[in-house]
Structure formats: C-alpha cells, structure tokens
Design a protein. Structure first.
Ligand code: PCA
Length: 321
C-alpha cells in the first residue's frame, strides 16, 4: 500500500497546473496540408503550455460537419474550429471577399487581401462571440472538366460540383446545375457519375484522384479561398494570460507555415495532375473573356450585397499598393 501511495505521489508531481482540453472540428481530411498544419499547431500549443492546453483535432467532418462548424463554435458546443471562410458569409458578408473571382491572382495579392480583411473579420467575429486565430489560403482555383470546354454553351445541361456560395453562383451564371459535394466526397461523386465539372484547386483534384473521370484542368486562377481557424471567445477568455499568449504565438507560426505549404502544394499538384494523364490547358480566349465578364458581374453583385464595408477592402486593394 505504501509503495502504491508513493508511486501516485511521484506521478502527481509534474502536474503543476490544471489542464484545459479543447475540441477542434474541421471539415477537411487528415492528409490535407491545412489539417497537417493544424495538428502541428495543436502540438505547438501543447508544448508551449507544458500540456496545460490540449487541443484535440477532429478532421473530416467527424465531430461537426463543415457547414455547421461556425455555429458549433459560436454556441460553445465545441471550443474551436477550422472552416472555409466563405461558410461565414451569411453572418459576416465581408468573409466572402477572397472568393470574388479574378481579383486575387497571386499569393502575394492573397496575402495583401488577408491583411486588409483581417481587422474587419476580427471585429465581426468578436460581435458573434468568436476569436480568429489564423487563416491560410488554398491554392488557386482552376476548372476541371470531363469533356473539353470551349465556350459557355458547353456547360448547358451539365452538373458542376460546388462547395460555397461563390461556386453556386458561378454555376448558375454558366448555366450548369450546381451539385453540392464536400471536398472529401468528390472522388465518390465522380465515380457515381454525379459531376461533369468543378472549380477547385489542383491539390483537391490530386487528393481526390480525379483522373479516372476528369480529363482536363484549365488553369483559370480564379480566386484563392482561405480556411480560418477560430475559437469561442469565452473559452479563450477562460485561459490564463500565459496560455492565451502561447495560443496566439503558435497561431502566428501556423499562419506563416501554412502559406508556405499552400504555395508548395500549388506547384506540385498541377504537375501531379499532368503525370496522371490530365491535360492542363488554358481556356480559349473567347471563353476567357466570358469568364472575366462573369467575374465582373459577380463582383458588382458582391459589392452591392456587402455595401460600404466592401470598399474598405477593395479601395486599398486596388488603389493603395
Ligand atoms: N479545396 C476545397 C476548398 C477550396 C479548395 O481548393 C474544396 O474543394 O472543397
């Protein structure tokens, strides 16, 4: 008995402070670079707080489905989440800025857009009880198709995979039928002949091994959507100041690391599509002009729906370089 008590006392020594355990839900798969980055972020927090704050990452929609993650964190059902920023547009219209087509064309511009968007996101998130930690861009969005695409009319009577309000509106403007499919379900939807085309990153094409069905990838470089990692503000406020600081520092590191991972994946994945027999092409000039017109129309609609705040991003973005 004495021995057991001594052993218990020995084990008790390292626990100097109470441990906080958080659940973090994400809608993306384990192997996606966003999730790998997130797991490293959680490990960094664990180390920096000496196990004081443990974040359990639940990938692949297992804890909460992607579309429901914002509300689940707002209500405190889970303490933290990662979602594509456009899943907030219903509550925070400015969150859609990074999915307006043909505005951001490079990673440098995507970073600039995030710098302009961040103060607005911080303010809106505060109002809904959230704290933004970091955001990382997906690689640029291109057009995948089973059949060659030469003009807008090729989309008539076809089905396009969508993943957010922007892709739904684009599908409508192209005259194709939107089919909502989560990223992790693209392979299955293609195998079941439910899709003819989709706009997403080359990386998402690679991770879903789309080459069985998809024959063409058009590098239209349409936009750079971002994922955002956020926590319930009350859960954050309940941490000790040292833990809060550790979390914010680890988030800044994760943001830096994530953008570098994204850029590396962007280049590698286009090559990988080619290696697997997908033709990587440019769209014909006439169709390109149609796409740009469609993008302009989308921008006008977006500015109109967001109102004055849109100018706080677009005016400095375009005129204060
Ligand atoms: N992949 C995700 C979002 C953007 C991207 O490149 C998806 O297709 O759902």
């Amino acid at each position: 008995m004495k021995v057991i008590l001594m052993a218990a006392a020995l084990f008790a020594v390292p626990v100097l402070h109470a441990q906080t355990q958080w659940q973090l839900a994400t809608g993306y798969g384990v192997n996606t670079f966003h999730t790998r980055n997130l797991v490293q972020f959680a490990n960094d927090v664990d180390q920096a707080t000496q196990g004081g704050l443990r974040i359990a990452v639940h990938p692949n929609n297992t804890l909460v489905k992607l579309a429901e993650i914002p509300k689940a964190v707002e209500s405190g059902k889970v303490q933290a989440g990662e979602a594509i920023m456009t899943s907030f547009v219903g509550e925070v219209p400015i969150a859609g800025a990074d999915a307006v087509p043909f505005v951001v064309r490079t990673y440098a511009d995507a970073r600039r857009m995030w710098q302009l968007q961040r103060p607005l996101i911080d303010a809106h998130f505060k109002a809904i009880g959230l704290k933004a930690l970091y955001a990382v861009a997906w690689p640029p969005q291109g057009l995948f198709s089973i059949a060659p695409v030469r003009s807008k009319s090729d989309f008539q009577g076809t089905r396009m995979r969508t993943y957010n309000p922007t892709t739904v509106r684009i599908a409508e403007l192209l005259g194709t039928q939107p089919v909502d499919v989560p990223m992790v379900g693209v392979h299955r939807a293609l195998s079941a002949n439910r899709l003819d085309s989709m706009i997403t990153s080359a990386l998402t094409g690679v991770e879903n091994e789309v080459w069985g069905k998809i024959k063409y990838y058009y590098d239209i470089n349409a936009w750079f959507p971002k994922n955002i990692v956020f926590v319930n503000q009350k859960a954050f406020d309940a941490l000790t100041p040292a833990m809060q600081q550790a979390l914010v520092t680890a988030a800044a590191d994760a943001e830096k690391r994530g953008w570098a991972m994204s850029q590396a994946a962007a280049e590698a994945s286009v090559t990988e599509l080619q290696h697997n027999g997908i033709q990587v092409e440019r769209v014909p000039p006439d169709f390109d002009a149609d796409l740009k017109r469609l993008g302009e129309r989308f921008s006008r609609e977006w500015v109109n729906s967001v109102g004055y705040e849109a100018t706080k991003i677009f005016i400095p973005y375009y005129f204060e370089r």
